[in-house]
Design a protein around this ligand. Structure first.
Ligand code: HEM
Length: 452
């Protein structure tokens, strides 16, 4: 590999948008991140250079280039700095940690997410969905995005910590503060430039939320350590885990993994489900096919994980929702050393952006990409397209650890709710994808409930 600084090679940059002299691409990016990345792909092709004095990046819009970064040369990259903001909440959890430490944690935690293990959570998922539905009634109007956030948080709380987490409401608020903090720092020009230790109201709010989380989580960890009880939940598994040297996780590490799983494990699935309800309400023909499958397979009974192999159309609906509205709409990495991507020299510290939103709507891989058509996933379509043309859970070593958990949750919740309620979009609402921590409907999703 050639070190650029040593070899003094003149940088050879791909094409890209003309930057503002001081702020680079931020004035164009910040008001509409999705529009910006989509325009870049359309106007400049498979690799685009965003130049700026504060922030420069390569945007990759080809599956082969994305594979180079996330798989083939993955050891040459780390997570990008914007994610470091989250370290103040996540600490050194699985999503934010790096190198050997991440490797050890991933190895320790992987068994907790094994398919055989997570199947036992199916019952909790359906049970909590049914509990949610006791508050739903015919003719009621609800913000379905909020409802999905609530139920997925309860499911993660129960599967992670069993009965001990009683204050799910407070945890929800803490998560919300963290998400807003992340979003505002990433898209607000002023906040982007001010260091996060400056005692501004939003910084202080974030610090308070992190402290509040500690006050809830540490006593639970302590209690469980003292009782030594195996409750069959994730916390029990995490407490039992030992590495090759026989060492378990410290309380601080358990705390960091817990907060990571809370946030990574509920908002992502909730966003996917919100978009599912939105898209189903706009496509009655898809909804009819979904109901027909549910009738044939379940005939009105509550689904269980054993029904999953038969719920093939429901599964395709979920795949198609995550294609059009990927909860994680973009992935960022930073080069640890000089290297080459797509034939261009990349210097240590350079940023790489890969957008699921852009790739999932690329007409080279998806016929009529803007159309919501779950049938496109029939047969072996998924195997025929390049892996990184569709990567809602990413790929390579840092692929989402909760992928099977999330897929099962989405299918079971959809099947449970759709059998009991029809959800119609309340008219005159602006449904705008908002690039918060996950891709969410910006102003919520008010829907009318009709009992079936
Ligand atoms: C529809 C739902 C979900 C989507 C779309 C999703 C997507 C992703 C993506 C794209 C990443 C990679 C981030 C990166 O490398 O920068 C990731 C990582 C991760 N996800 Fe998920 N996720 C979902 C659900 C879940 C659930 C349910 C859990 C846990 C219960 C979870 C836990 C994690 C963790 C811990 C990581 C970090 C893994 C590592 O770096 O080793 N996710 N997720």
């Amino acid at each position: 590999m050639v070190s650029l600084s040593k070899a003094k090679i003149a940088p050879n940059y791909p094409p890209g948008p003309k930057p503002h002299w001081l702020l680079g691409i931020l004035p164009e990016y910040a008001p509409d991140p999705i529009g910006f990345v989509s325009r870049c792909a359309k106007d400049y092709g498979d690799i685009v250079y965003w130049k700026g004095s504060l922030f420069s990046a390569y945007q990759l819009n080809h599956p082969d280039y994305i594979e180079e970064v996330l798989v083939k040369k993955n050891s040459l990259f780390c997570k990008q700095q914007s994610l470091q903001i989250l370290r103040r909440m996540f600490g050194n959890g699985l999503l934010t940690s790096e190198g050997q430490f991440w490797q050890r944690q991933r190895r320790l935690m992987q068994p907790a997410f094994h398919r055989d293990r997570i199947f036992s959570y199916g019952e909790v998922m359906v049970d909590y969905t049914n509990r949610l539905l006791t508050n739903w009634s015919d003719g009621k109007v609800l913000d379905v995005d909020e409802e999905m956030m609530h139920v997925t948080l309860e499911i993660v709380a129960k599967t992670l910590f069993g009965a001990e987490v009683t204050d799910v409401e407070t945890i929800g608020k803490i998560m919300q503060v963290s998400v807003e903090y992340f979003e505002s720092r990433n898209t607000n020009l002023l906040l982007f430039m001010i260091p996060d230790w400056v005692p501004l109201p939003h910084n202080l709010r974030f610090q308070k939320a992190a402290k509040q989380f500690d006050e809830i989580i540490y006593p639970i960890i302590q209690q469980r350590r003292e009782s030594g009880e195996d409750k069959g939940d994730l916390l029990s598994m995490l407490l039992q885990m030992r590495d090759e040297d026989g060492n378990g996780m410290s309380d601080k590490q358990l705390r960091d993994e817990a907060v990571t799983l809370f946030i990574a494990g509920h908002e992502t699935t909730a966003s996917a489900l919100s978009w599912a309800w939105y898209l189903l309400s706009q496509h009655p023909e898809v909804e009819q096919k979904l109901l027909a499958e549910l009738q044939t397979v379940l005939g009105g009974r509550t689904p269980t994980f054993t029904d999953l192999p038969q719920l093939t159309y429901t599964d395709r609906v979920v795949m198609e929702v995550m294609r059009l509205y990927p909860s994680v709409w973009a992935t960022a990495r930073q080069a640890l050393q000089d290297c080459e991507i797509a034939g261009y020299p990349v210097r240590a510290g350079d940023n790489i952006i890969m957008s699921q939103w852009v790739m999932h709507r690329d007409p080279r891989y998806f016929d009529q990409p803007e159309v919501f058509n779950p049938d496109r996933w029939e047969g072996d379509f998924a195997k025929k397209i390049p892996y990184f043309a569709y990567f809602p859970f990413n790929g390579g070593p840092r692929i989402c650890i909760g992928q099977s958990f999330a897929k099962m949750e989405a299918v079971l919740l959809l099947a449970t709710i759709a059998q009991k309620f029809r959800l119609t979009l309340v008219p005159d609402q602006e449904i705008i994808p908002w690039t918060a921590f996950t891709l969410r409907p910006k102003y919520g999703l008010k829907m009318l409930l009709n009992q079936r």
